[in-house]
Design a protein around this ligand. Structure first.
Ligand code: FAD
Length: 299
């Protein structure tokens, strides 16, 4: 008897994974373990974040270039407008192009002092839309940008936020990846607003597994993501039980992913936090399997 629980899983999901650049040797090992574990799943691309204030410039570059060089994956580099002139940013982009990297996740970034209003660098790109236009002038990069189902905190309102998304797409971006959110309805509502605004670009939900509830609550407060009361209850009492907490985190993220998939999302982007297991398990539940022969290549 086929269980109706997982009967809808069709294996027609496209996934992508986000990593952050490692700070030391141990973290480097963890990152590469994650990359190698997830590689056989054949993601559309994997991306590597750019630290606040451009602090990871070299590490991001080294990680992206190595993924591009040593794996079968298409690597995307995050790039922000923070603390750099246009010429400096263009130089970074040129180095990516020379390394064979064709995909940039173009972001404004945040003020390095944290919390305060963003002030663009003298001679720098003033926002993500300007960065997209600048990159497009250099080379025909594929460009992804950020989208905010619960609006960016700097936006006057949802309409202004959508206008900003439109400016980024009009400047040459091909897709948007969302900030993390915890209720599927949050995404579906946003998808409707995007469609009603006449924007037809691909909007990919960004899925953040809750590895540490306290830090997720802190990040959510900063970026305007609502943390549902049920989540607080769910993670309560798990501080001393890391293994159980990880299972709960996987369950919550898998449930969100499954609801999004059932609601028609055929693309998901996972914030992996450089840990393979959660993303791998969720993908597996959604029918994503190693591509034929991929495991042999990765080994
Ligand atoms: P923008 O799209 O430029 O806009 C930010 C806000 O400013 C919007 O609300 C917009 O309405 C307003 N605004 C912009 N231009 C104008 C204008 N001309 N007039 C009026 N209002 C305007 N940060 C990092 O530092 N490194 C990363 O690697 C990174 N990766 C990310 C990946 C994803 C998928 C997401 C969703 C976010 C990421 N961030 C990263 C965070 C991001 O840098 C912050 O959210 C930042 O505050 C906004 O960046 P943005 O590209 O969305 O900015």
């Amino acid at each position: 008897l086929e269980s109706p629980l997982y009967a809808d899983v069709g294996g027609d999901l496209d996934v992508s994974f986000e990593f952050f650049p490692p700070k030391n040797e141990k973290m480097d090992e963890q990152l590469w373990d994650a990359v190698r574990t997830l590689e056989p799943l054949g993601p559309r691309f994997v991306s590597v974040t750019y630290g606040a204030g451009g602090t990871t410039r070299e590490r991001t570059h080294a990680t992206v270039a190595r993924i591009q060089r040593e794996t079968s994956l298409a690597a995307a580099a995050h790039l922000t407008c923070v603390e750099a002139t246009r010429a400096e940013i263009d130089q970074v982009a040129e180095e990516y192009w020379a390394a064979g990297v064709r995909h940039i996740v173009a972001l404004r970034g945040d003020s390095p002092s944290g919390g305060g209003k963003f002030v663009s660098h003298p001679g720098g790109y003033e926002n993500a839309a300007a960065l997209v236009a600048g990159l497009k002038r250099l080379h025909p990069f594929e460009i992804s940008v950020a989208a905010y189902p619960e609006s960016h905190p700097d936006s006057a309102d949802a309409a202004a936020d959508l206008d900003n998304l439109r400016r980024k797409l009009d400047a040459g971006a091909t897709r948007a990846i969302t900030q993390f959110f915890f209720e599927p309805e949050t995404f579906f509502r946003y998808r409707d607003q995007v469609a009603a605004a006449g924007i037809d670009a691909e909007i990919v939900p960004g899925i953040m597994p809750v590895m540490n509830f306290a830090s997720v609550r802190r990040m959510s407060a900063m970026c305007g993501t609502a943390v549902p009361a049920w989540m607080e209850r769910l993670f309560d009492g798990l501080d001393a039980h890391p293994a159980a907490r990880q299972l709960v985190a996987a369950t919550v993220a898998a449930e969100l992913s499954r609801r999004l998939y059932a609601g028609g999302c055929k693309q998901l982007h996972f914030y992996t936090l450089n840990r393979a297991e959660l993303a791998y398990a969720i993908c597996h539940l959604l029918g994503v399997r190693p591509k034929a022969g991929a495991e042999a290549v990765a080994a």
